[in-house]
Design a protein around this ligand. Structure first.
Ligand code: AHR
Length: 497
């Protein structure tokens, strides 16, 4: 494939928040994940320092918390102060001890050096519970909740800038599933109260690719929003073990990613809001989380035992599930966000720790799964200015998925520029063949290049406690050459200066 771009033809500036992450109170993401006071890696606050270091290495810019479905019956006031009140999580049917609450979350974000981003309970919660949460986090000392924060030992406000109203309240699986006619007024009344507490916060709300849901939301509450949140997972679970093979994953890594963005963009543009409201793709992962008989199928004629719905969640911990499929797909997702950087300003990988996350924890350490290295490459080497690029002579891959014939380019590339360096993310989606990427840098005096390649022996390579099959290899700086050969099933960043 040949690619050309022009330093003067800038598509837009990438917002680093597209390299964001998500942390939910589900399975071992919080307890037994980031928060594990008994771990030998725990600091004085009970946070695993090995995880914090790994997150700092990939420059995590923002973490969305506490859910996800969890949040739609979560009451944040039970998770602050000296006497934490355990609650039963209706979403996941387990006890939430509330030992990790708002103050612990903000402290964790400070240690990582990332922005907090709180998603509120629009299921069993209320506009007042949401605005009290903003009072607790952002007011100096006015009113009961700011004074409560001070009495808990936090004299300074937490200054949480990013807030989302609700999580997937459009879906029947969600506690507090509302109709599109109900949702707009709920968001409007919540937004009014939250902004009356702190008019500097940036609000998002649960949205969809579906124009009708978004139209009503934006009609009723668009004036208060700076973001709309959309979510997508692509590869269905079967029994949590069988996963899609690489050739099928590749077919999902193109239009299936851009389609929800295109639809959300169209509604914003139609309403003239595309310059005021951006898209936060604040839950995404190739793979659905594995939690059978939990959300919609929790209720059956024969009552389910804990064994029916709790123990299968451990299957998310099988590291052999997460292969170069995850790396190639995730790199194509980030490329798609960069190609839409004019309207996609945030994305949160769902989640960052355990479940389907980039980092797996066990007693004696952590495993960095292939998707982790995608964030390592993109967040450390891609530049802010995304250039328009033109490609031709691109080989393609064909296949059938769910009865649809799909064609994708064998190579997916994005050209960025900054600080005198071009950085090209180039993904070879072909499982079996190398492909040559030809970079036409005419009119641009470049002399040196180096290539970072994330790959494994084959498309099913993965990392585990006792095995590292997937890693990044970086070449020396070499004289610039127009043609770069990309290994099969590989993710590459090519630096040129
Ligand atoms: O599977 C996890 C769930 O996916 C999240 O809690 C929710 O937001 C999404 O439906």
């Amino acid at each position: 494939m040949k690619v050309t771009s022009n330093i003067k033809s800038v598509l837009g500036k990438a917002d680093k928040k597209i390299y964001g992450h998500f942390l939910e109170h589900f399975h071992r993401q919080v307890y037994g994940g980031v928060f594990d006071p008994d771990s030998k890696f725990a600091d004085n606050d009970g946070f695993r320092t090995d995880i914090i270091e790994a997150m700092k290495k990939i420059n995590v810019p923002i973490i969305r918390w506490p859910g996800g479905c969890f949040v739609s019956s979560y009451h944040w006031k039970n998770g602050i102060g000296k006497n934490r009140i355990p609650e039963f999580s209706k979403a996941w049917r387990v006890e939430e001890p509330n030992l990790f609450g708002t103050d612990e979350y903000v402290k964790l974000c400070k240690k990582i050096g990332c922005e907090p981003y709180i998603c509120t309970n629009a299921g069993t919660g209320s506009p007042e519970e949401m605005s009290d949460w903003v009072e607790y986090c952002n007011l100096d000392d006015k009113g009961y909740w700011a004074k409560n924060r001070i009495s808990n030992g936090y004299a300074e406000p937490h200054n949480v800038k990013y807030w989302s109203i609700g999580n997937e309240n459009y879906g029947s699986w969600e506690i507090g599933a509302w109709s599109s006619d109900q949702w707009g007024p709920i968001v409007r009344e919540s937004a009014k109260m939250m902004l009356k507490v702190d008019s500097t916060i940036e609000l998002s709300a649960a949205a969809l690719a579906d124009p009708s849901w978004n139209y009503r939301l934006l009609r009723d509450a668009g004036k208060y929003l700076r973001w709309i949140s959309i979510h997508c997972y692509w590869a269905e679970n079967f029994d949590g073990i069988n996963t899609l093979d690489f050739s099928k994953v590749v077919l999902l890594s193109d239009k299936s990613i851009s389609d929800p963005i295109d639809k959300a963009r169209a509604t914003l543009t139609t309403l003239g809001l595309d310059k005021k409201i951006r898209i936060a793709f604040d839950e995404w992962n190739l793979r659905f989380w594995y939690h059978p008989r939990s959300l919609e199928s929790f209720y059956t004629d024969k009552p389910l035992t804990e064994d029916d719905y709790l123990s299968p969640r451990d299957l998310n911990d099988r590291n052999q599930t997460y292969t170069m499929s995850d790396a190639v797909f995730s790199a194509c997702f980030l490329n798609t966000c960069l190609k839409n950087c004019d309207i996609v300003g945030m994305a949160c990988f769902s989640p960052i720790v355990n479940t389907r996350g980039a980092i797996f924890t066990y007693k004696d350490g952590i495993v960095l799964r292939p998707s982790y290295y995608v964030f390592d490459l993109f967040s450390n080497y891609m530049k802010d200015n995304i250039l328009n690029s033109w490609k031709w002579e691109s080989e393609t891959l064909e296949g059938e998925y769910h009865g649809r014939q799909i064609t994708v380019d064998a190579v997916d590339a994005v050209v960025s520029y900054g600080d005198g360096v071009f950085a090209v993310s180039a993904v070879n989606r072909d499982e079996n063949h190398s492909h040559v990427l030809e970079l036409d840098m005419t009119d641009t005096p470049v002399s040196l290049m180096r290539i970072h390649t994330l790959n494994g022996q084959d498309a099913n390579s993965y990392n585990d406690v006792e095995k590292t099959e997937v890693s990044v290899k970086t070449s020396e700086w070499i004289h610039f050459k127009k043609s770069v050969t990309l290994e099969p099933h590989s993710v590459n960043i090519i630096e040129i200066k």
